[in-house]
Design a protein around this ligand. Structure first.
Ligand SMILES: [Zn+2]
Length: 206
């Protein structure tokens, strides 16, 4: 731990742990640590239990890769959802954003990443074999590519569109209302809903 000489070890440990989280620097971590110290012990124990549970109780759907408490997620198991349309996204959090937009009632497929030569992420590192299997099972009419509007996200969309050329599946891409470099995570639900509604068939994509 650097920067706070003389800090008591238990507090230093908390500060160091929290500093590893996105957007949390040492000063913010210290403020959070001190605020935790001021809370009643029972409240902090409740928080600690929630953190432990996050790992123990939450995993990913075997089929689509979304968050799931066990086996399949609630969307894959929901018979009221449109099963012939699959929206392909990079991360499970993208599913939460698309669901919040309320513009999609099909199923999802989470790649758990995007192609990135710089970071050494290739096709085998994404959940593409699982998507192949779903398409091969039949009944899939359309794949909506909702990867991010980053260079790597676009490359991933191209790769997937080519992969399913001639597979008897319509491939479309969400509209470019998406700001350049935009991760779905940072888009408001209105923009995201519109991008979905105005999706374009891959053949006519620029
Ligand atoms: Zn699922």
């Amino acid at each position: 731990m650097h920067g706070f000489p003389g800090m008591p070890a238990p507090l230093a440990r908390v500060v160091e742990t929290l500093s590893g989280l996105p957007g949390i620097g040492p000063k913010t971590a210290l403020r959070l640590g001190l605020s935790l110290l001021r809370k009643p012990a029972s409240e902090v124990e409740e928080m600690a239990a929630a953190l432990v549970d996050l790992h123990r109780a939450l995993g990913f759907c075997e089929r689509c890769g979304c968050f799931a408490e066990q086996g399949h997620c609630s969307m894959c198991d929901n018979v009221r959802r449109e099963r012939s349309v699959i929206c392909v996204v990079e991360q499970p959090v993208d599913v939460l954003m698309l669901e919040r937009s309320g513009h999609f009632s099909g199923l999802y497929h989470v790649l758990h990443g995007r192609l990135s030569p710089v970071d050494g992420v290739g096709p085998d590192d994404l959940r593409l074999a699982a998507l192949d299997a779903r398409v091969a099972d039949g009944g899939v009419r359309e794949l909506i590519l909702a990867t991010s509007a980053t260079v790597d996200g676009e490359a991933t969309a191209h790769f997937i569109a080519r992969r399913y050329q001639g597979a008897g599946v319509k491939v479309s891409r969400i509209a470019r209302g998406v700001p350049e470099g935009g991760e779905l995570e940072y888009m408001d639900e209105f923009t995201l809903g519109r991008a979905l509604d105005q999706r374009v068939a891959w053949e006519t994509s620029p």
